[in-house]
Design a protein around this ligand. Structure first.
Ligand SMILES: Cc1cc2nc3c(=O)[nH]c(=O)nc-3n(C[C@H](O)[C@H](O)[C@H](O)COP(=O)(O)OP(=O)(O)OC[C@H]3O[C@@H](n4cnc5c(N)ncnc54)[C@H](O)[C@@H]3O)c2cc1C
Length: 384
């Protein structure tokens, strides 16, 4: 590890890799650290949303092509929603997307950073704390090493250490959604290239998903909105709930009679977007889950991580020209993130609230959706 970096990125998930890739060829000394050693797993539904590919094209068209041609994927073109009354409707996506186990997807991104950029990659290195000084940030790691950086980018996920230096203490605890997932085989009647969402009468607000993966496997998961401060221990119940649903809900149990779990059920938190908040301060920028940018309706966070990682890099390039890393100047980053993603995130938040208050709307939607033209119009209007 060097003693000094122009940019130190904490976390090498989609946000951190997008930031490192976007900074390449700019002459900056970039370091990217992760507490894990890659390839590493990440609890996720493994659905890589369309905007991720568009953003990669924007960073480098060749890398966009490489991402689309990546091997360990199952292409997805359709989402099928099951309403609480059992009716279903399907929405075809215009944008390309695929499902991929995060262990493979994130490793692909990390390899791209390794092979195509000069970034100094440091694995198995866990950030402990930061000290922000006048013209640098001192980063302290659990292995008792230190380094300085002109600017630190917090891409360290849902339990971010970096965000403690940006977000008010009382907001750090607020917590809105948790989910559990399991890799499974022997799922019957998997619809080709289709992600399935089940809104079940007794388990709202929340949904169960079945997402197809390569080699006939599926990612089965269940996520639910939690009240603030209920804490993640609730996820233990989510595990039981997932098993209960699989065994007892007829719409699923018939298809999962011979299901084989390929791992234990794992849970993690989803820092959903709840409001526009500060995501930068003196010499610090937050991206992805560290900035609570997950879409509250769809649960998509990979694309938001990717886009915010890119926007953080753009801000760093601006700051590098003016040599201004003050909170006052970096606020431009907050503005660019919220002008790119804010409307979509706010719309999802209100739609979710509406559906939570009136779950019968999903039944109504499924009824209306029998008319394909009306469905297309509704999807366009709701921009989902
Ligand atoms: C159950 C579940 C299902 C989901 N399903 C989907 C889905 O299908 N599609 C979708 O788009 N999104 C989904 N999400 C959300 C998605 O996983 C996240 O939004 C996305 O991973 C955020 O990327 P990130 O780079 O910000 O953080 P992460 O992917 O979490 O990466 C953070 C990185 O930082 C490292 N790190 C953490 N702390 C430190 C530290 N102190 N020092 C050094 N390194 C550190 C971690 O090891 C990790 O590699 C799901 C989330 C959950 C929990």
């Amino acid at each position: 590890m060097k003693d000094f970096y122009d940019v130190l990125i904490i976390g090498a998930g989609p946000a951190g890799c997008a930031c490192a890739l976007s900074l390449h060829k700019n002459g900056l000394q970039v370091g990217i650290v992760d507490k894990e050693t890659f390839p590493r797993d990440k609890v996720c539904g493994d659905a890589i949303p369309g905007p991720t590919f568009k953003q990669m094209d924007k960073i480098d068209v060749e890398w966009g092509k490489a991402l689309r041609n990546f091997a360990d994927k199952a292409d997805v073109r359709t989402s099928r929603m099951y309403a609480p009354n059992g009716n279903s409707f399907a929405v075809d996506w215009k944008e390309y997307s695929f499902n991929s186990k995060r262990i493979h997807f994130d490793h692909f991104l990390m390899n791209l950073v390794h092979n195509e950029t000069d970034a100094n990659i440091l694995e198995n290195k866990r950030l402990k704390e930061l000290e922000v000084h006048g013209d640098y940030v001192l980063c302290k790691f659990h292995d008792n090493t230190l380094c300085k950086a002109t600017v630190v980018v917090g891409c360290d996920g849902a339990n971010s250490v970096v965000k403690r230096y940006v977000v008010q203490k009382k907001k750090l605890k607020s917590f809105h959604c948790a989910a559990v997932k399991v890799y499974a085989s022997n799922v019957s009647d998997l619809e080709k290239a289709t992600n399935e969402f089940f809104y079940l009468k007794n388990y709202l607000p929340g949904y169960l998903w079945v997402f197809p993966l390569p080699n006939g496997e599926a990612n089965i998961g269940f996520g639910m909105e939690l009240k603030e401060k209920e804490g993640f221990e609730k996820s233990i119940n989510l595990r039981k709930t997932l098993l209960h649903i699989i065994e007892n809900e007829p719409i699923l149990s018939s298809r999962l009679t011979n299901v084989k779990f390929e791992e234990e059920i794992k849970g993690f938190s989803l820092p959903m977007f709840t409001e526009q908040r500060k995501i930068s301060s003196d010499r610090i920028l937050l991206c992805g889950d560290a900035a609570s940018l997950i879409d509250p309706l769809m649960g998509h966070g990979i694309d938001k991580a990717f886009i915010s990682g890119y926007l953080a890099a753009q801000q760093i390039l601006r700051s590098n020209v003016t040599n201004d890393y003050s909170a006052k100047y970096l606020i431009q980053y907050d503005q660019s993130v919220y002008s790119s993603l804010g409307n979509e995130l706010k719309r999802s938040k209100y739609l979710l609230r509406l559906v939570n208050r009136t779950p019968s709307l999903i039944n109504l939607f499924a009824k209306i959706a029998r008319n394909k033209k009306l469905l297309q119009w509704l999807v366009k209007v709701a921009k989902i």
